[in-house]
Design a protein around this ligand. Structure first.
Ligand SMILES: Cc1ncc(COP(=O)(O)O)c(C=O)c1O
Length: 440
């Protein structure tokens, strides 16, 4: 039996009596009000946007696989207790990839029967923790880890069901830093290595292989990459059942569904993607007379990216010979994605509502002691002045979760904005005390 989740509650205050999202103008007013009330920098998270992405995912999986599929939200995109509870209610499971993400899910009372534990170098402590909690599956990355899982399960006399992460050798069309499925990847093992690993698994009376996992990267738009992945993985899955007489149940094809940060081009076609994947899986299973596996997908970015907006206040404007530097009260600490891989964002000066204000190409930079501390090197915004509030759109994924305390700047809060016009902190702003709380 699954545990009943607690009712999701946060302390909210009404920001605006009218429907928050009824017009763009109002939306900007609300953002300014929130900036005033909670201060900047601040991450906003629009709950309705998350619910919309969740229901699309659930609908598409239901349509193609009925009750034989589950989306596992990839917590690395943004992990906090409130979100875990919200996702549980939407019928999602979780993909956690560290002890910290596992702890967050435990603290949110997330049912462990819906949690898969990932990671390419899990520590023995993390493995013990996952086994004690009874996570549904551990996704094994390599032989060394498998041996640790085998000895820990032996000591504890506890059954552990595993998937094995495979390098499918699919070269997804995306930035090299977020490709994960190639032969040289640090994640997972080749199918040939898995064959050796199977002998090892057979030695254990507690560890059982239940299926396969692969994840080819993030921010992928090309449907062909997912189709290629499906062909390869269902091929491996069938091979293991037919040639090695294994009783497998699960096939997990990871996440990676692209998001348009600049509203350029068509949105990722999730319906078509999953329908094509399902066609391939069903066709192969029918050909070989095997039952369709229980399917898992692990969307992260596509669930939360568009729900997020970061607000900053302009602290100074430097009109250099070469450029105009607009320096805000945030930094690469709260959004390292331009510094990491040149990620681009739409930015708006929401303090300037007048259509007649001139626009300028400016470099929006942060407060860190690094010249690479840039949010956007060349965005076109209405003439920014000190005190203006800038909104950076599409920052729900891999922003808060990648934030750091470099220069000992405090991490911003996450404020949830609900569809009914209320909002409240789901993560409070860090204090200086928080920052030195581990120091002796
Ligand atoms: C194993 C695994 N699953 C899922 C994801 C989520 O990917 P995305 O946020 O692109 O959907 C990642 C991200 O890198 C991952 O490593």
């Amino acid at each position: 039996m699954e545990e009943k989740s607690e009712i999701v509650k946060i302390k909210t205050s009404r920001i605006n009596k009218n429907n928050l999202l009824s017009s763009k103008f109002e939306l900007r007013n609300v953002m300014i009000e929130i900036a005033r009330k909670f201060g900047t920098p601040i991450y906003l998270l629009y709950e309705d946007e998350i619910l919309k992405s969740c229901s699309l995912f659930i609908e598409v999986l239901n349509k193609n696989f009925g009750s034989r599929a589950m989306p596992l939200y990839a917590c690395k995109a943004l992990s906090c207790k409130y979100l875990c509870k919200l996702l549980e209610k939407q019928g999602f499971g979780l993909d956690v990839s560290s002890g910290g993400e596992l702890f967050t899910s435990e603290m949110s009372k997330f049912p462990m029967r819906r949690v898969m534990f990932h990671g390419n170098n899990k520590t023995k402590d993390e493995i013990e923790y996952a086994i004690d909690l009874g996570v549904y599956r551990i996704v094994v990355d390599n032989l060394f880890e498998l041996k640790n899982i085998m000895s820990i399960s032996e000591q504890k006399k506890k059954n552990v069901d595993i998937l094995v992460r495979i390098k499918p050798d699919v070269d997804a069309f995306t930035h090299k830093s977020i490709k994960t499925g190639g032969k040289g990847s640090k994640f997972g093992m080749s199918f040939d290595e898995l064959i050796d690993v199977i002998d090892e698994i057979k030695k254990s009376s507690y560890v059982k292989l239940k299926g396969l996992h692969a994840h080819i990267g993030s921010q992928i738009f090309d449907l062909k990459s997912f189709e290629e992945l499906s062909e390869i993985m269902i091929g491996f899955y069938i091979n293991l059942i037919k040639k090695f007489d294994l009783q497998l149940e699960d096939l997990n094809l990871g996440g990676g569904f692209g998001v348009r940060y600049l509203n350029e081009g068509e949105e990722f076609n999730l319906k078509k993607c999953i329908s094509n994947v399902s066609y391939i899986i069903k066709k192969r299973c029918k050909e070989y007379g095997i039952e369709i596996p229980f399917m898992y997908f692990e969307p992260g970015r596509s669930i939360v990216a568009k729900a997020g907006v970061t607000l900053y206040t302009v602290g100074c404007v430097k009109k250099n010979e070469e450029n105009i530097q607009v320096i805000v009260d945030g930094s690469m600490n709260d959004n390292p994605r331009f510094a990491l891989y040149g990620a681009r964002y739409l930015i708006e000066n929401i303090s300037k509502r007048n259509v007649n204000v001139d626009r300028r190409v400016v470099c929006v930079s942060g407060r860190c002691c690094e010249s690479g501390d840039i949010i956007s090197p060349d965005c076109l915004i209405k003439d920014p002045e000190v005190g203006d509030v800038l909104a950076v759109y599409c920052t729900g994924a891999y922003n808060f979760s990648m934030s750091s305390n470099y220069n000992k700047f405090r991490k911003p809060p996450v404020v949830l904005v609900k569809g009914d016009g209320t909002c409240g902190e789901i993560v409070r702003r860090q204090t200086y005390d928080d920052m030195i709380s581990c120091e002796v």
